[in-house]
Design a protein. Structure first.
Length: 420
């Protein structure tokens, strides 16, 4: 596949130019109008037009026909980092490297489109909005207006059944700053559920007649202590995180708190454990409130499901990673508490998200930026192009993976999980 190295050498300046333009035009999820224009200007200049338009949730481009059908996934949005030197509207900054994904996959698609000797098969590239779970007030407003159904772009595309014909998903994501050139395979991401516990009691004068009140804050504290005691049952391999903050602790120091609010996330890398634990936490909160004669209203908002990558799919691309990265610098099977909506795709189809180096600073931090374009742009593009060609020329490899891939959820079950 060395011909891809030669082709990428001629594309390097274009890659670097697009990365810089996107880096200087960060936008939050479902607001990526300028980002969309930048990507489409590049694609249109190479005679590539939109295949499907998903409105606020993004768009796709497609080439080829028949099987295998490979889906490439790029995320368009930035996140809020107010003190980032390249922060734009709403404090948006590309401190998670999504602009690198869109740059890489735009060029991968263009080079595949230009490839005269490409085998049979379909390649679809999805440019998708709103991966970062931020800017909630705006997204909830869009949801209330029925402009979106769920709060992430990939989730909305799943509900649209936009991936119905795709056999597998390939994506890439920055690893952040590394000491040596590196790539990452088979990393897992946590799933999470947003939780809001609204404890309700009865107000009374805190000094004169506390016996006439029902202390909602005490019910909350009892719940938090019960959660703490329950932590000893958490299994290390489940990578559970439960992090909560009090967003309302009462209204007056001179009154028994009549309502308080506890908010946060529960996370795990195992889908079944995440859903099971969520129900147990709700059980604990309900009975702790009842123990002190208070009540609790619980709001669960499904975030993202855990990303479980297809090792078999990674193995197809691994030889091309080894072409450019020493074996001892390839990171395998990393477990992360971070989350991403690629996990929702992995519920349905074999999915991989390769990590790449070449960036500096803290991911999601004020000093994040690309530092080495060879590592951050050229290397992942080479691996993807080589992997796409390998899958297309040897479809039996993917057929074997699909035959034994354990689909974890039906579309109907997914809708029910999100109460749709």
């Amino acid at each position: 596949m060395n011909h891809w190295k030669n082709k990428l050498d001629t594309e390097k300046k274009s890659l670097e130019s697009m990365e810089r333009i996107l880096f200087n035009h960060p936008e939050l999820g479902f607001k990526e109008s300028e980002t969309r224009k930048i990507i489409l200007d590049y694609l249109n200049s190479n005679n590539i037009s939109i295949h499907q338009d998903f409105g606020l949730s993004g768009f796709s481009v497609q080439i080829g026909q028949g099987k295998p059908h490979i889906g490439l996934v790029a995320e368009m949005d930035a996140l809020v980092v107010l003190d980032h030197p390249n922060a734009g509207k709403d404090g948006a900054a590309h401190a998670c490297g999504h602009h690198l994904q869109t740059t890489i996959l735009s060029h991968v698609f263009k080079l595949w489109n230009d490839y005269q000797n490409k085998p049979n098969g379909t390649l679809t590239c999805y440019f998708i909005a709103a991966e970062e779970f931020v800017d909630m007030d705006y997204r909830l407003k869009l949801q209330a207006e029925n402009q979106i159904q769920l709060l992430s772009g990939k989730q909305n595309l799943i509900l649209m059944d936009a991936f119905r014909d795709v056999d597998c998903f390939l994506s890439v994501h920055t690893m952040g700053e590394t000491k040596v050139p590196s790539m990452e395979v088979n990393a897992s991401l946590s799933g999470f559920i947003y939780k809001k516990f609204h404890f309700k009691g009865q107000a009374a004068h805190a000094a004169v007649m506390p016996h006439m009140g029902i202390n909602a804050l005490n019910a909350q504290i009892l719940t938090q202590n019960a959660f703490a005691l329950y932590r000893e049952t958490f299994l290390e391999e489940d990578r559970i995180r439960l992090h909560l903050i009090t967003t309302n602790g009462g209204h007056s120091v001179n009154s028994v708190p009549s309502d308080t609010i506890l908010e946060g996330y529960v996370r795990s890398i195992h889908p079944e454990r995440l859903l099971e634990l969520n129900q147990k936490l709700n059980h604990i909160a309900k009975h702790c409130a009842e123990a002190l004669f208070a009540t609790v209203e619980i709001e669960d908002r499904m975030g993202y499901m855990p990303l479980i990558q297809s090792r078999e799919l990674s193995d197809i691309l691994l030889p091309f990673i080894e072409d450019i990265i020493p074996l001892n610098q390839i990171v395998d099977n990393q477990k992360s508490f971070a989350a991403g909506d690629m996990g929702d795709l992995s519920l349905f189809k074999p999915t991989i998200q390769l990590g790449f180096s070449g960036c500096a600073g803290l991911v999601h931090g004020k000093n994040f930026c690309m530092a080495n374009s060879e590592e951050a742009l050229v290397y992942p593009a080479y691996v993807l192009l080589s992997g796409i060609e390998e899958i297309m020329r040897n479809p039996i490899k993917l057929e074997s993976i699909l035959k034994y891939y354990p689909s974890k959820m039906s579309l109907e079950d997914y809708r029910k999980m999100h109460n749709i």
